[in-house]
Design a protein around this ligand. Structure first.
Ligand code: KIV
Length: 279
């Protein structure tokens, strides 16, 4: 049986840190799940790392459902949370409910939405139909590109106060946890102390109840943007390029395939065939 929303919320009560990584495809999601990660997040960052978009704005519900299905086919132990893409929940509560239901049908256990207090009514409505919601405040990539750009959030008293109000509003609306993206570590700590639900930080310091990284950043596979907060545990892109160029050389030189990579007819059959067709 995989982890439940309750298992994750209880981790905060037991002072256990929560590990989250993004997953969008069967192969990597299987490995993340096998490594004992608590939550797999099908983030709309898929738009950038899987589809090559400049930002997450173009991502569609169809794409998110496909990534969610792939991760869900792989997951055995972790909780699976899927992102609601830009404009799948902003136009109205009914549409938000319908779209969160689509992600649940695709295999997610919960959905994640970007936004603070202004989204509380929508979150309450989704929770009321029985779908667990993870909030997401601080830097909100779906809208940030439209106005402020990638900047640390909560650096002043006033912006910090708004973030704290947003976090409380999400908790009151029934969210089971909140992602804090690029929030100053002091404010992330204050929010984590204030709310009972777990906070999951990305670039928000050590006081959050859990941490999330984009899997391509963690593995050192995504070269376009290398954020300061994304710790690279290996340089997989280098190893991948080396392996593929060795294959390329082997194909060109004829070193691949060798005997262990191909198949033979039964003994005597090839000769029989050659005699028959006269070759
Ligand atoms: O889309 C995503 O991957 C996210 C995480 C970075 C929190 O929202």
């Amino acid at each position: 049986m995989h982890k439940s929303v309750q298992d994750i919320t209880e981790m905060k009560a037991e002072s256990k840190k929560i590990s989250v990584v993004t997953s969008y495809d069967y192969t990597l999601a299987s490995l993340c799940d096998k490594s004992g990660i608590d939550v797999l997040l099908v983030g709309d960052s898929a738009g950038m790392v899987m589809l090559g978009y400049e930002n997450t704005i173009p991502v569609t519900m169809e794409q998110m459902c496909m990534f969610t299905e792939a991760a869900s086919n792989a997951r055995k132990n972790a909780l699976l949370v899927a992102d609601m893409p830009f404009m799948s929940y902003q136009a109205g509560v009914e549409e938000a409910i319908r779209n969160s239901g689509r992600l649940i049908k695709a295999g997610a256990d919960a959905v994640k939405l970007e936004g603070g207090a202004t989204l509380a009514r929508t979150i309450r409505a989704i929770v009321d139909v029985g779908i667990p919601v993870m909030g997401h405040i601080g830097l909100q990539p779906q809208t940030t590109m439209l106005h402020q750009g990638y900047k640390v959030q909560g650096k002043t008293h006033d912006t910090a106060a708004t973030l704290i109000q947003d976090a409380t509003a999400l908790e009151d609306a029934g969210a089971f946890s909140i992602v804090l993206e690029m929030v100053s570590h002091e404010v992330a700590g204050i929010i984590s102390d204030k709310v009972r639900i777990p906070t999951i930080g990305i670039g928000s310091g050590p006081h959050c109840d859990g941490q999330v990284l984009v899997i391509q950043d963690l593995l050192g596979m995504y070269e376009k943007i290398k954020p300061k907060f994304a710790k690279r545990y290996m340089n997989l892109s280098e190893d991948i390029v080396n392996a593929i160029s060795q294959y390329n050389n082997d194909v060109r030189s004829g070193a691949f395939p060798s005997e262990e990579n191909y198949f033979s007819m039964n003994p005597g059959e090839a000769e029989k065939l050659r005699d028959e067709i006269g070759s």
